[in-house]
Design a protein around this ligand. Structure first.
Ligand code: FES
Length: 105
C-alpha cells in the first residue's frame, strides 16, 4: 500500500522558495518552482550543516546558503560543487489543496 503523508497546505508554499517539513522525524525541504511544479528533497545539504530550505532558488535549482553548491530540486542531483553527493528526493503529490509526500521509497 502506498503511504502518502500530508505535510503542508499548498497555500503554504511560495513560488521560487522552499519550506521545511518534518514528517515522521525526517527533515525535508519542499519547493514550488515558477512553473508550478512542487518537489521535495532532503533539507540537509550533503556537504555540511546547511538547510536547503533557506537557499536561493533559481529555475529548478537551489543554492546552498553556506557554500553555494547547486542542487536540482527535481531529483536532488548536484549541479555545482563543492557538494559532490546528491540529496535524496521524495515523491510529491498535490490533492485537494494539500501536499503529500511518499516516504516509503
Ligand atoms: S554546506 Fe552546502 S555547500 Fe557546503
Amino acid at each position: 500500500m502506498t503511504h502518502w503523508i500530508d505535510v503542508a497546505a499548498e497555500a503554504d508554499l511560495f513560488e521560487g522558495a522552499g519550506i521545511a517539513v518534518a514528517p515522521e522525524g525526517q527533515d525535508i525541504a519542499v519547493f514550488k518552482l515558477e512553473d508550478g511544479g512542487v518537489h521535495a528533497i532532503n533539507n540537509l545539504c550533503s556537504h555540511g550543516n546547511a538547510k536547503l530550505c533557506d537557499g536561493f532558488v533559481e529555475g529548478h535549482q537551489v543554492e546552498c546558503p553556506f557554500h553555494q553548491a547547486l542542487f536540482d530540486v527535481r531529483d536532488g542531483t548536484v549541479s555545482c560543487g563543492p557538494a559532490t553527493e546528491p540529496v535524496k528526493s521524495w515523491p510529491v503529490k498535490i490533492e485537494g489543496g494539500r501536499v503529500f509526500l511518499n516516504l516509503q521509497t
